[in-house]
Design a protein around this ligand. Structure first.
Ligand code: PLP
Length: 382
């Protein structure tokens, strides 16, 4: 596709660190580039601890596991999100409580969360920042959960660098997770990160991610290495990917973030002035989005028209995507759904949006070209 939804920015620095890694003859977990990556991303997000893992999904799974989620527990997840959140709750056989989102930033709706809490008494609430926009009700949800002693897992996979006030997303949850697969804000191929400020959770997470095999103890340098005290997974990030991740976090602010933000701003400038198009999520006070993806809401178009527009743009070499399929409509998962309103916000978003090319190479003329193609389709009523 000429205009891709997203593209990684990989270059000299990545090559240099990957070459180092090969020269070091250590390709496995706990490599030094990986450790530097963990230090840098935890510093960037103002968190005490970070663990680099093999995917965002692995990060979510380990986070739920560290919160001791079992089949006796309920976990709340927003209806509009990457499938990983729901499928990880499923993997732990816990009760899946899907809760409706608000229509501004497409985050978990605090009002609906309170209703869900009364009925299901969840042990964990997942919040997700969608398409690079901090979820509107984040602070209210955090406060509520703190009072009720509910753990919050914050999924900021799509929003590295976004802020609420002065604080970056990924700094709020008891545990926060990011995906660093190649099409996220930074990426190493397939990878993820788990962050926390709690030493207890960090140590637990580290065990869960390394087959629950303890690290060599200073007082006992070898004997207890294979004494396993719980169920663990082999989730730690290998060194080659740690090398790429380190390069990505080092160049993130100067070479990636500003370009992504600029693409988002140019979209909003070029599409301004027509009430045909609205961008979702909306811009709200006191938050700084990073525009991971730019999506337009086409309120006057039917679902089938929007689908045809999507096919039309694909044919013009403009890559587009649908929204996330509403999780409560995925019949494979037997879940509980909470929505006090007549309509589902997620449903409306899913039916009426089109995700447009958002890669950081896009220039103003490219975005003008994309708009021209959309205008043409609408004018000709194709
Ligand atoms: C991409 C993404 C994930 C999954 O991450 P992977 O690295 O693909 O496993 C989870 N949550 C959100 C919000 C995502 O966007």
């Amino acid at each position: 596709m000429k205009f891709a939804v997203n593209l990684p920015r990989i270059g000299k620095l990545e090559r240099k660190y990957v070459n180092d890694t090969i020269d070091s003859n250590w390709l496995s977990s706990n490599g030094y580039h990986t450790k530097i990556f963990e230090k840098k991303i935890s510093k960037y997000l103002n968190r005490k601890y970070a663990i680099a893992v093999q995917s965002g999904t692995a990060a979510i799974h380990a986070a739920l596991k560290a919160c001791d989620i079992t089949s006796k527990d309920a976990v709340i997840t927003p209806n509009y999100s990457c499938i990983s959140n729901l499928s990880c709750i499923n993997q732990l056989n816990a009760k899946k409580i899907i809760v409706e989102i608000e229509n501004e930033t497409l985050g978990l709706d605090f009002k609906e969360l309170k209703i869900a809490w009364k009925k299901y008494k969840p042990k964990v609430v997942q919040i997700v920042h969608v398409y690079g926009h901090p979820a509107r009700d984040t602070l209210k949800i955090l406060n509520f959960c703190k009072n009720k002693k509910i753990k919050v897992i914050e999924d900021a996979s799509e929003s590295l660098g976004a802020k609420i006030g002065k604080d970056k997303v990924g700094s709020f949850g008891d545990i926060s997770v990011f995906s660093v697969r190649s099409e996220k804000m930074i990426g190493c191929g397939e990878g993820g990160v788990i962050l926390t400020d709690s030493k207890r959770l960090f140590e637990k997470l580290k065990l869960i991610c390394s087959r629950h095999a303890p690290f060599r103890d200073k007082n006992d340098p070898y004997w207890k290495k294979y004494y396993i005290s719980g169920e663990g997974y082999n989730y730690l990030m290998p060194h080659l990917l740690g090398a790429v991740s380190r390069a990505q976090i080092e160049k993130f602010e100067k070479e990636i973030l500003n370009k992504k933000i600029n693409v988002g701003k140019v979209y909003r400038k070029i599409f301004r002035g027509s009430d045909q198009y609205q961008f979702v999520p909306k811009l709200i006070k006191n938050t700084k989005p990073v525009f991971w993806l730019n999506a337009i809401y086409l309120k006057n178009l039917s679902k089938s028209k929007i689908r045809n527009l999507g096919y039309y743009l694909q044919k013009k070499n403009i890559e587009v995507r649908s929204g996330f399929w509403p999780l409560n409509q995925l019949n494979f998962f037997k879940s509980f759904y909470v929505n006090s309103q007549k309509e589902s916000v997620t449903d409306k978003i899913f039916e009426k949006i089109l995700v447009l090319p958002s890669n950081s190479n896009l220039k103003e003329k490219d975005i003008k070209f994309i708009k021209k193609q959309i205008d043409f389709f609408l004018k000709k009523n194709l």
